[in-house]
Design a protein around this ligand. Structure first.
Ligand code: NAD
Length: 414
């Protein structure tokens, strides 16, 4: 089998996680990195771990020239500019097999639409990286419940959360650069995973039609004076002036276009989950059956008493966004696989080598952006939004949430 050579734009947190996952994916090489913070270290990791003869390049064009496919793993506010440069390289003759973009596809619908448009003009296959749809835990559960879905009826309630104690880079905390707060950052995961659970077996990922959305965005922890001070000192953001939500929750109603059956997706996301570390929970209920996933339940537990606490100085070795280095710790033996990164990389490799889009393409990413933005609009207005209303649909096209415009005080402090 032919190998696929990948170039990364971005060498930060997610790029490092992807490289770790690539150790478990055959026929995928990491050959090129765009020179930025962390790129030399990541290139060394790739070479030392047999991922390929990875080199660092000064321009995006050179990264494209050295790769079959390029992955956009840079901060949200850089998406469109990076894709414009990739597009320019392709227009001037560089050949690419495909282009990948991490979630979210854009900070708003206009940006996500521009991404889709650029890839479409160049006829480039796309992969939208939403790892949770590749989590074995959830897919194994759905497979196990297929006979029940077929005999007594589909899942009608999906619940999904992704929560941790707050992001690791300053741009995430800045609502203008990130596109909002916890909803923009992680609501995209939970909305997508809920829709996935509600999708009947064998149907495409965008099968269920979104009908309406209600949502709440709140600032529960990081708006308090002592935590605002911490954010200012650590990340240079001022949540008394330009806050983002650290908590969001909402319900999206979907309709099965064939049966007319309505189903609910309930999502919750927060940056104020001060337990051991990142927790993803997922649940699905159909008539007479159900399933649950909780990523904080690991087969591995470690205990470190106070006297021995120095032994675990690097807490992120235990779990993404770990908050503690002593006591009873949850430790996940293989997070890259648990969260679905291994599965999404394998799917992208197979799809691009066959000359087609990944299972989730950028049109799908645009649709998830649309639902996140609709949730912001619903929260701002304190209304349930009718997503089938053509007036709402056209308002959403140019909508930018108040929070993403740096006007979060109008929503979060009232
Ligand atoms: N799937 C997931 O669960 C998940 C987890 C974390 C991050 N992400 C997504 O991945 C993306 C990157 O997040 P991260 O956590 O790795 O951020 P990060 O801050 O850790 O790293 C960002 C990287 O991009 C580089 N960079 C900054 N500006 C750039 C520019 N203009 N052009 C090119 N590169 C630039 C930085 O130097 C750094 O190497 C974000 O879109 C984020 O939403 C996804």
């Amino acid at each position: 089998m032919k190998s696929l050579k990948i170039g990364f734009i971005g060498s930060g947190f997610i790029a490092q996680f992807m490289a770790l996952a690539m150790k478990q994916v055959r026929h995928l090489e990491l050959t090129a990195l765009y020179e930025r913070r962390g790129s030399d270290k990541l290139a060394r990791f790739a070479r030392d771990n047999g991922l390929g003869d990875c080199k660092v390049y000064k321009t995006i064009r050179e990264v494209c020239e050295q790769s079959d496919a390029v992955a956009i793993l840079s901060p949200n506010h850089t998406r469109v500019a990076v894709m414009e440069e990739i597009a320019e390289a392709v227009r001037s003759g560089v050949e690419l097999t495909g282009v990948i973009c991490e979630k979210p596809l854009g900070r708003n619908i206009a940006e996500a639409r521009r991404m889709v448009q650029l890839a479409g003009e160049l006829q480039l296959p796309t992969a939208y990286f939403e790892n949770q749809l590749f989590m074995s835990a959830i897919n194994k559960g759905l497979e196990q419940l297929k006979p029940q879905m077929e005999s007594v009826g589909n899942i009608v309630l999906a619940q999904s959360t992704e929560e941790h104690s707050g992001p690791h880079s300053s741009w995430f905390w800045d609502p203008v650069r990130q596109g909002g707060g916890a909803l923009s950052d992680m609501g995209c995961h939970s909305i997508a995973s809920c829709r996935h659970m509600l999708t009947p077996p064998g149907k495409p990922p965008a099968f269920m039609e979104p009908i309406s959305v209600q949502a709440d965005t709140s600032l529960l922890k990081w708006g308090q004076p002592e935590y605002r001070k911490e954010l200012k000192e650590r990340y240079g953001v001022d949540y008394s002036k330009t806050p983002a939500e650290d908590f969001c929750t909402g319900i999206i109603t979907f309709r099965n276009p064939e049966s007319g059956q309505l189903a609910k997706a309930q999502f919750t996301n927060s940056w104020m989950y001060d337990k051991q570390g990142l927790r993803i929970t997922m649940g699905a209920l159909g008539p007479g059956y159900g399933m649950e996933v909780n990523t904080l339940q690991s087969p591995l537990e470690i205990f470190i008493g106070d006297a021995a606490a120095e032994a675990a100085a690097d807490t992120e070795k235990a779990l993404e966004k770990s908050t503690s280095s002593r006591g009873l710790l949850t430790v996940q033996p293989n997070e890259a696989d648990l969260y679905g990164y291994v599965g999404e990389l394998g799917n992208m490799r197979d799809s691009f080598l066959e000359g087609k889009d990944g299972y989730l393409n950028w049109e799908y990413g645009l649709e998830i952006t649309r639902m996140c933005q609709a949730a912001y609009m619903a929260a701002e207005r304190g209304e349930t939004l009718d997503l089938t209303d053509t007036g709402i649909q056209s308002e959403l096209e140019s909508y930018k949430s108040l929070i993403s415009q740096g006007k979060g005080a109008e929503v979060l402090f009232s």
